[in-house]
Design a binder for this molecule. Structure first.
Ligand SMILES: Nc1nc2c(ncn2[C@@H]2O[C@H](COP(=O)(O)OP(=O)(O)O)[C@@H](O)[C@H]2O)c(=O)[nH]1
Ligand SMILES: [Mg+2]
Length: 227
C-alpha cells in the first residue's frame, strides 16, 4: 500500500490570513482609520444598522462601507443612496470574508481619506467568525425573531466579537425574548462584550450604539495622530 501524506491546508491558509489581516490593521491604524467588521445571520439588520449609523455619523466623520454578499449589489446600492462611498464584494458562493478579500475591497473603495470603514460581512452566524478580516473591532447583531438561544448554539461569533447589537426591540411585545438571558449567556462567553439593545425601525437605543462607535473613532484618531 502506498503512503498517505496528510497536509493541514486549513492551518496554512489561516496563518497567511492572520498575517495579511495584521498588515491591514496596522496600516489603517497609522492613518487613524477605524475598520469595523459587522456580522450576523441574513436579515438580522446589518444593512439597516449601517444606514442608521450613516444617518447619525456621516455629518461628523468621513465614512465608507464595504458590502459583501454571495451574489448581488443591492446593499451597496442602498448605502450609496444614503450618500456615502460604498463598494460591493461578490464572494461567488463563499460564506465569509477573509483578509485578502477585504484588501481588494479597500483598494476599490479608496481608504486614504476615511475615519470609519464598515465592513458588512456575509450573512452567516458561523463561518465569518473563523476569519480575521483585518478589522480593529468586530460587532455582531442578534435580532429578536432569531431567539435567545443563539449564544449557546453559535458561541464562536459571540466569543470573538467585542460588541453585540440586539436588534428589532420593537418586536418585544410580540416575541418571547429574554434580553437578560442573552446578557447572562454572553457574560459567560465574553465578559467584556458591550451589549446594545436597539431598534433600527423605531430608533430606540441607537444613540448608545453610535456613542460607543464614536468613542472608538476618537481613540483611533488619537492613535493615528500620535504616530
Ligand atoms: N421590525 C424591524 N425590522 C427591522 C429592523 N431592522 C431591520 N429590519 C428589517 O429586517 C429586514 C432585514 O434587514 P437588513 O438590514 O437587510 O438585514 P441584513 O441581511 O442583516 O443586512 C428588512 O426588512 C428590514 O427592514 C428593526 O429594528 N425592526
Ligand atoms: Mg445586508
Amino acid at each position: 500500500m502506498g503512503r498517505v501524506n496528510l497536509i493541514q491546508v486549513k492551518e496554512g491558509i489561516l496563518e497567511e490570513n492572520t498575517r495579511q489581516a495584521g498588515a491591514i490593521r496596522d496600516r489603517l491604524r497609522r492613518r487613524g482609520t477605524f475598520l469595523l467588521n459587522l456580522m450576523s445571520s441574513p436579515g438580522a439588520g446589518k444593512t439597516s444598522l449601517i444606514l442608521e449609523t450613516v444617518r447619525a455619523l456621516a455629518g461628523s466623520w468621513r465614512m465608507g462601507v464595504i458590502e459583501a454578499d454571495i451574489d448581488s449589489s443591492l446593499d451597496a446600492e442602498r448605502v450609496a443612496e444614503a450618500g456615502v462611498r460604498a463598494t460591493q464584494l461578490g464572494t461567488g458562493g463563499l460564506c465569509h470574508l477573509d483578509a485578502s478579500m477585504v484588501a481588494q475591497g479597500l483598494s476599490a473603495l479608496g481608504e486614504e481619506d476615511l475615519d470609519l470603514i464598515i465592513l458588512e460581512n456575509v450573512g452567516n452566524l458561523v463561518c465569518p467568525a473563523e476569519f480575521d478580516t483585518g478589522a480593529h473591532t468586530s460587532a455582531m447583531i442578534l435580532s429578536l425573531p432569531e431567539g435567545e438561544d443563539k449564544p449557546r448554539k453559535y458561541p464562536l461569533m459571540f466569543s470573538t466579537s467585542q460588541a453585540l447589537v440586539i436588534n428589532k426591540t420593537d418586536y418585544m411585545a410580540l416575541e418571547e425574548f429574554d434580553i437578560e438571558a442573552v446578557r447572562e449567556s454572553v457574560r459567560k462567553l465574553n465578559p467584556d462584550m458591550g451589549v446594545f439593545p436597539l431598534s433600527c425601525r423605531s430608533g430606540e437605543g441607537l444613540a448608545d450604539w453610535t456613542g460607543w462607535l464614536e468613542r472608538c473613532l476618537r481613540e483611533q484618531n488619537r492613535a493615528g495622530s500620535a504616530e
